[in-house]
Design a protein around this ligand. Structure first.
Ligand SMILES: CC(C)(COP(=O)(O)OP(=O)(O)OC[C@H]1O[C@@H](n2cnc3c(N)ncnc32)[C@H](O)[C@@H]1OP(=O)(O)O)[C@@H](O)C(=O)NCCC(=O)NCCS
Length: 181
């Protein structure tokens, strides 16, 4: 099946929705998950075969408490998730997102993160802080978060090992009480 047609920014914007990602979406999932331009700053991927992608969807995506496909006209072009914590850390959750390369630069990620920021605190009332951990070199992702109203908490040095390299990250946060853009 062909990928959804690339539309002009304004047109694509009104067709964006979020829904659960299913096993039957594996071919659309592979479009971004097999692309090393997309997975460069991710802890996973790129997936080089469909079987690995199927296992990822089965074992990670489907059981995940809040994982959504970012869709244009119902077809997945990326994904966004919120991972919550438990016990004394349950006040905070972490948002993560990826988008197929040919949809970059059209405001899609900003729109998707805003949709999440506008709903997640109502959906999960225990959540007081939504945070995002972004590589210092991932300027696009930092801009997305700033546009939605996240604050830059600071840089955490040598925070985690990503594909063999220990990385500095920027910690961003949005509180349930913060003003939104
Ligand atoms: C990061 C990512 C999600 C951004 O998605 P996107 O839909 O292209 O972002 P938007 O179009 O909403 O862009 C928001 C702003 O960032 C800017 N921007 C986007 N990518 C950029 C880049 N690589 N360098 C500089 N600015 C960039 C846009 O120009 C826009 O700013 P503007 O409104 O002032 O013009 C996308 O590039 C991606 O999927 N990257 C790979 C996965 C990833 O890094 N995920 C985040 C992990 S924390």
């Amino acid at each position: 099946m062909e990928e959804p047609e690339v539309r002009e920014s304004k047109e694509i914007f009104s067709h964006i929705s979020l829904r659960p990602l299913e096993l039957s979406d594996v071919d659309d999932f592979m479009v971004w998950a097999a692309d090393d331009r997309v997975t460069r700053f991710c802890s996973w991927g790129p997936y080089t075969n469909k079987e690995d992608a199927i296992n990822h969807i089965k074992n990670i995506v489907v059981p995940h408490p809040w994982f959504r496909a970012i869709c244009v006209n119902g077809r997945p072009i990326g994904a966004i998730s919120v991972t919550s914590n438990s016990g004394d850390d349950k006040c905070r959750g972490e948002v993560g997102y990826v988008l197929g390369y040919k949809y970059w630069g059209k405001g899609v990620a900003t729109r998707a993160v805003k949709l999440v920021a506008d709903t997640i605190f109502d959906e999960w009332p225990h959540l007081e802080r939504l945070e995002a951990v972004v590589d210092v070199d991932n300027i696009g992702s930092q801009k997305v978060l700033e546009k939605v109203g996240f604050l830059r908490d600071g840089v955490l040095r040598k925070y985690f090992i990503q594909k063999g390299r220990t990385r500095d990250i920027v910690m961003f946060s949005l509180l349930s009480t913060d003003p939104r853009t």
